[in-house]
Design a protein. Structure first.
Length: 174
């Protein structure tokens, strides 16, 4: 084999060890790996998931605060949220349960793909601006500007939660 091929094989063989050692950095590393292979986001787009519905927002410029509760019944309250295109929403996300939950914004396809990755790497933590993980009894925040009209999704991607129905809809009106 060529030295370059051997180097690539060694790198992929070491990937599980790197994932285990770096935990929360895995998702960022996966994004950087995709970018290095020519899959970089379009100019001006948010890097990573949820670019289809907008971009991270500045909490100081939020036009509205939406409180969301997450519980061990595997539900969000509210499960349906309406926003106006262009609005900057500061989500105040409260975990009323006894286990960690999270709120991740994205398209249904992105959420399903990410849920699959989470099943393979259950200890992975999000470091994405479209996601917030919240420990039991705690509150977290996520600020997002919805730049595109349409119907979008949010979900808890802790393994088993999405599959149990822990998901919701965001309707972005013109």
């Amino acid at each position: 084999m060529k030295p370059r091929t051997l180097t690539a094989l060694a790198a992929f063989a070491a990937l599980p060890l790197a994932v285990q050692a770096h935990g929360g950095d895995m998702h960022k590393g996966m994004m950087k790996m995709h970018e290095s292979h020519g899959a970089a986001p379009a100019q001006g787009e948010h890097e990573g998931h949820a670019a289809a519905l907008g971009r991270p927002g500045d909490p100081r410029k939020a036009t509205r605060v939406v409180e969301v509760a997450m519980g061990d019944d595997m539900r969000f309250s509210p499960a349906k949220i309406e926003v106006k295109r262009g609005e900057i929403i500061r989500f105040v996300v409260r975990n009323t349960g006894q286990v960690r939950h999270e709120m991740v914004l994205g398209t249904l396809a992105e959420l399903k793909e990410h849920a699959e990755m989470m099943r393979k790497h259950p200890d992975m933590e999000h470091d994405d601006p479209n996601a917030v993980s919240v420990d039991p009894g705690k509150t977290g925040e996520l600020t997002w500007q919805f730049t595109k009209a349409g119907s979008f999704d949010f979900a808890c991607l802790v393994p088993g939660h999405f599959e149990a129905g822990m998901a919701g809809k965001i309707a972005v009106k013109q």
